[in-house]
Structures are given as C-alpha cells and as structure tokens.
Design a binder for this molecule. Structure first.
Ligand SMILES: Nc1ncnc2c1ncn2[C@@H]1O[C@H](COP(=O)(O)OP(=O)(O)O)[C@@H](O)[C@H]1O
Ligand SMILES: Cc1ncsc1CCOP(=O)(O)O
Ligand SMILES: [Mg+2]
Length: 265
C-alpha cells in the first residue's frame, strides 16, 4: 500500500478500496454506523453470532469491536473475532464504550485490549479508566472531562498496549506513544446525538483497512468526521436534522475539501 500523507489522499484510497468493515457493535447505533460507513464509501457488515464472526473477521478489511451493549455471548464473539482478525493480520479497532462506568465494561475492554487492537478509540473518561487513573469516570457512556485531561494517560496506554490510542472530544488526540497528532475539527452538536463516537471508531476502521499507517489513518478519519460535523451543523439545525445532514456530508465531502478543511497539527 502506498503512503498517504494527506487526509484527502487517504479518503480517496478508502473510496477506491471500498473496504468491507465487520462491526460487532451496540444495539443503539447499529443502523447509524452502517449508514455512516456506506455514506463514506465503505461496505459495512454487522454480525455478532459466535458461529460466524471468525469467518467474517477473516474476510473483512478491518474489524470494529464496540462494547456499548454487552452481554456474555457477545463478549465471547468479540474475543473470537479479535483473535481471528489477528491471525489474518488485519487491523481492528476497539471502542470501549462506558469503560469505567461499570466493572463489566472495564474488565471486558481491558481483556480485549490485551488481544492487541490496532487502534483504541474512546472519550477521555474511558481512556483514563483503562489507563487505571482514578476519578473522572464516565457518566454512563459520556465523558466528564475534556480530551486534554487524558493526554498523558493515552500516551502511556499506547506504549503499554502497543497500539494507537485516539481520545476524542472538542479536540481529538491521536498517539502511538511517541508521535502525537491533534485534530481540531468537529462541532458541539456532535455531542447532542447518540453514536458519533461509535461512528468515529467505525470510520477509523475503514481508513485502517485502506492505509498502512494506523496513526495517520485514525487522524484522517477523525478529521473527516469532524469536518463533516462542522458542515452538517451550519445554519439553524437541531439534533434531528443534524444527524441526517451528517450522513449527507460524509457522502459529499471530497478529498480536496478535506485537505482544505482538516485542522491537524
Ligand atoms: N465539544 C465538541 N466540539 C466539537 N467536536 C466534538 C466535541 N465533542 C465531541 N466532538 C466530536 O464528536 C465525535 C465523537 O467524540 P466523543 O463525543 O468524544 O465520543 P463519544 O461519543 O464516544 O463520547 C468526535 O469526532 C469528536 O471530535
Ligand atoms: C447511549 C448508549 N448506551 C449504550 S451504547 C450507547 C451509544 C453510545 O454511542 P457514543 O459512544 O458514540 O456516544
Ligand atoms: Mg463512545
């Protein structure tokens, strides 16, 4: 795979590859996530039956595991899928929804993290909880602190887990433990509809499937979603319309506009 050093060229690579992205995700966002991947130009499949996840994980360009609505059969399926995608040498993303809020979520996320995802993407409270920091626990699935509060924890966790860690918020932070990128795209309206974090993780899966560098892939996916959010929130818009317009902007945004609008430092 060639290197893609601009977000626009990464977006073009994703659309060229139209990667199959296997999602084991939560009941709340399944439809939203599938539509976001389709709007971007990727091909989603949602599947969590333990009997089929290994087959799917082995054929997909990337796997996204999201622990938003957990129970024991799903946890078993998540572990099987993570191991299968690892054997196939493909990238996978872990979204630790609500880690820190309950013991089940924290234990499950830490167990999956030990299986070696390419990217861990969460909000600041989730990343702090997984790094073992006390305090600032999530309110359910929402962060109680800004992303900068988890910057040191993210770096330490990236080193310890050997993966890229992305902390989202008003400014997103992406680190592999030595390099760090900040993405200043986005809009507060993104916190007023459910599933934007889950969408961030799923889009990152599509970018990881098409690109060789997980740090750049994650940063470019987050710039894409953030810029789409800014454009979707333009004018008088409430959460209902925003959700629909976000899909339209993920579809409309082209490589040149992404290069122009991305604020990555
Ligand atoms: N206050 C904000 N201003 C602008 N963008 C935001 C803000 N909060 C979150 N975002 C964006 O919303 C998306 C989801 O992030 P976040 O809300 O942190 O995830 P989660 O839904 O998992 O808690 C990311 O693209 C992030 O950049
Ligand atoms: C509200 C909720 N409850 C369990 S999963 C979920 C969706 C969380 O989505 P996001 O992390 O993208 O806000
Ligand atoms: Mg989330």
């Amino acid at each position: 795979m060639p290197a893609h050093d601009s977000p626009g060229s990464s977006l073009a690579a994703v659309r060229d590859a139209r990667p199959l992205v296997h999602n084991i995700t939560n009941h709340v966002v399944m439809n939203t996530t599938a539509n976001a991947l389709l709007a971007l130009g990727a091909s989603p499949v949602m599947a969590h039956a333990p009997d089929e996840v290994e087959e799917l994980a082995a054929m997909a360009g990337a796997l996204v595991i999201n622990i938003g609505t957990l129970d024991q059969p799903w946890i078993a399926a998540m572990r099987l899928a993570a191991l299968a995608v690892g054997r196939a040498g493909r990238p996978w993303v872990l979204d630790p929804v609500g880690a820190g809020a309950t013991g089940l979520r924290t234990r499950t996320a830490l167990g999956l993290l030990a299986l070696g995802p390419s990217l861990l993407r969460g909000n600041a409270s989730e990343i702090l909880a997984l790094a073992g920091e006390a305090g600032d626990l999530p309110r359910g699935v929402d962060s109680t602190v800004g992303s900068e509060a988890a910057a040191e924890a993210a770096t330490a966790l990236a080193r310890r887990a050997g993966c890229v860690v992305a902390v989202t918020g008003a400014v997103d932070l992406v680190t592999d433990g030595s390099r760090a990128l900040r993405i200043a795209n986005g809009h507060p309206m993104m916190t007023r509809v459910t599933g934007t974090g889950c969408t961030a993780s799923a889009l990152a899966g599509a970018f990881l499937a098409a690109l060789p560098d997980p740090l750049a892939a994650a940063a470019h996916a987050l710039a894409m979603l953030g810029l789409a959010g800014e454009r979707a929130a333009g004018g008088e818009v409430g959460p209902g319309l925003f959700q629909t317009r976000l899909l339209d902007e993920l579809y409309r945004l082209g490589p040149a506009e992404l290069d122009e609008g991305a604020r990555i430092s």
